[in-house]
Design a protein around this ligand. Structure first.
Ligand SMILES: Cc1cc2nc3c(=O)[nH]c(=O)nc-3n(C[C@H](O)[C@H](O)[C@H](O)COP(=O)(O)OP(=O)(O)OC[C@H]3O[C@@H](n4cnc5c(N)ncnc54)[C@H](O)[C@@H]3O)c2cc1C
Length: 507
């Protein structure tokens, strides 16, 4: 074997996954077709759940550093700081249930640099100029064939993860189905020099699509010339034709500095796993970028899969742990595809859609409706259905944990800390406020858990909680009544084998 796991693709999902695997003691081998990281400015930010996942790995600083530029670029390109649904810019962070749980604005190449540095600090570097052309699995291994400048290379590992984007070679070579819906539109976005003697109409809807422009930048959502092959470079002539169709204006594009084309096709694999091959990120799901949800999906796929696959490889995974990956992540992707389809429908040109947009826009002025759209795009109301949780489980069970301030127990001299800091080493975290039954129930997992006894958890109605390595609350206790120690034990058994069995496996 050349590695425990081969991760194909050093985009955001692959970099995060390789780092997560390494953090959990696995040897990943990361292969990437490109000689250099991509400079394509696709995503301009990540949602709150992804930002929190990165903060739990100590990456708060770089996210903060990029925020001011991200904000000013968003104002420039969107004409608004607010979030949008189908380009109706009304989602107001201050109106949301938890306004402090915000995303981070950072251009994708910068994010990839942050993730690459993080992975490298853990000892993972991408093997570049490795184009995967073959994937074969047998009972005990997967063999990956790569085309490299030095010739063909065959690499073997126990598992392979395709993080190789929407056109995933791993997905196709393994034979995953990829059903979904065809595109309604093609979007084009370019940094280009455009001459338009009569002046372009203002950014916004036109009778045939949507136009947006800012100094040095133009874009169209074009419902007329819908093509599915988006690989060929965008030419000046193609941009001119699309601008003429959408803006209804005579234009000349004298230079194209950078351009991309993408569609709103929406597809999702039926399962994220086929034997020893798994998928994460865009390789498992594609949809329109409207609402900026793709990166968050991929980064959280990686966070969900990393520790589960590591435990499976170590032989310390409870029965069926790896199968919970599809069970938990696929419904989230399905919901995302659903809302992006709705956005495409709301962006169709024509007077009927204009009327519908007016109504949706008015509805978004109602604070509860504004919060509805906020939740839809942020995923903050995501709740995994955890099989061990009974009907009386705390309302946060299955949710992703916000960063929490933890007030230290006055007598033990420890400093105030946050959940993110406790989670940085990657393991599960148990925080409690000194309930003896919690300490007793967790004792068999003492070597597995990072346990913190605190005076208070600064969040509404929380006196204890068990947080999985991916930040998901597996069990929690409120402030009313005794903590349910049986529920805690069931949760611990469901996700982690006790310390003595882990030690026996290690021996
Ligand atoms: C215009 C635009 C705007 C967007 N805006 C946002 C946004 O604001 N927020 C957001 O969350 N998302 C946004 N997205 C979506 C986001 O860019 C994607 O969801 C994200 O890039 C997916 O990450 P990934 O790692 O899964 O795949 P990718 O980023 O596609 O990375 C895949 C990697 O695999 C490599 N690879 C491919 N094939 C092979 C092979 N055969 N062998 C080896 N390596 C291979 C590629 O070179 C690449 O490095 C946007 C997308 C577009 C197009």
């Amino acid at each position: 074997m050349d590695a425990d796991v081969i991760v194909v693709g050093a985009g955001p999902a692959g970099l995060m996954l390789a780092a997560e695997l390494r953090l959990h003691g696995v040897r990943p081998l990361l292969v990437e077709q490109l000689a250099e990281p991509s400079a394509e400015p696709r995503a301009r930010g990540i949602g709150p759940l992804a930002a929190e996942a990165l903060r739990r790995r100590g990456l708060d600083e770089p996210l903060r550093a990029h925020q001011p530029r991200g904000l000013s670029d968003r104002r420039r390109d969107h004409g608004s700081e607010k979030g949008h649904f189908a380009w109706i810019h009304k989602i107001d962070q201050q109106l949301q249930e938890e306004p402090d749980r915000a995303g981070a604005l950072i251009w994708q190449p910068d994010l990839e640099r942050v993730l690459a540095d993080h992975a490298e600090a853990l000892g993972v570097r991408a093997h570049r100029e490795h184009v995967v052309t073959g994937v074969e699995q047998s009972a005990d291994r997967v063999t990956v064939t790569c085309r490299t400048p030095a010739g063909e290379r065959r690499l073997a590992s126990a598992y392979v993860i395709g993080c190789d984007g929407g056109r995933s070679a791993v997905r196709k070579l393994t034979g995953f189905a990829f059903p979904g819906t065809e595109p309604l539109m093609v979007a084009r976005r370019a940094r280009a020099d455009v001459v338009c003697p009569a002046g372009l109409p203002p950014t916004g809807r036109t009778p045939t699509g949507t136009l947006f422009h800012a100094p040095g930048m133009v874009g169209t959502f074009d419902f007329e010339d819908v093509r599915t092959d988006t690989r060929a470079p965008v030419t000046a002539q193609e941009l001119e034709a699309s601008l003429r169709r959408v803006a209804g204006a005579e234009v000349e594009v004298t230079a194209v500095h950078q351009a991309m084309r993408f569609t709103d096709q929406a597809r999702l694999v039926p399962s994220y796993r086929s034997g020893r091959v798994l998928l994460a990120g865009d390789s498992a799901h594609v949809h329109s970028p409207n609402g900026g949800q793709g990166l968050t999906l991929g980064l959280l796929d990686a966070a969900n899969l990393g520790w589960k696959l590591a435990a499976t490889l170590r032989g310390t995974a409870p029965e069926g742990l790896l199968d919970t990956y599809t069970a938990e992540r696929r419904p989230v992707a399905e919901a995302t595809l659903h809302n992006t389809r709705a956005q495409s429908a709301l962006m169709r040109p024509g007077p009927h859609t204009d009327a519908l947009r007016d109504i949706v826009s008015d509805l978004m002025d109602i604070p509860e409706v504004n919060r509805y759209f906020g939740r839809l795009l942020s995923g903050l109301d995501t709740r995994y259905a955890l099989p061990h949780a009974g009907p009386d489980a705390h309302r946060l069970t299955g949710a992703h944990c916000p960063d929490l301030n933890l007030r230290p127990a006055a007598s033990d001299g420890t400093a105030a800390t946050t959940l993110a800091r406790l989670a940085e080493q990657g393991g599960p975290v148990l925080v409690h406020t000194g309930q003896p039954q919690v300490e007793r129930a967790a004792r068999p997992w003492h070597g597995v858990l990072r346990t913190a006894r605190v005076a208070a958890i600064e969040y509404d109605d929380l006196s204890a909680l068990l947080v999985r390595p991916d930040g998901v609350i597996a069990w929690a206790a409120g402030t009313d009544g005794p903590a349910d120690a049986d529920g805690l034990e069931r949760a611990l058994r469901a996700w982690f084998v006790p310390s003595d069995r882990q030690e026996a496996v290690a021996r």
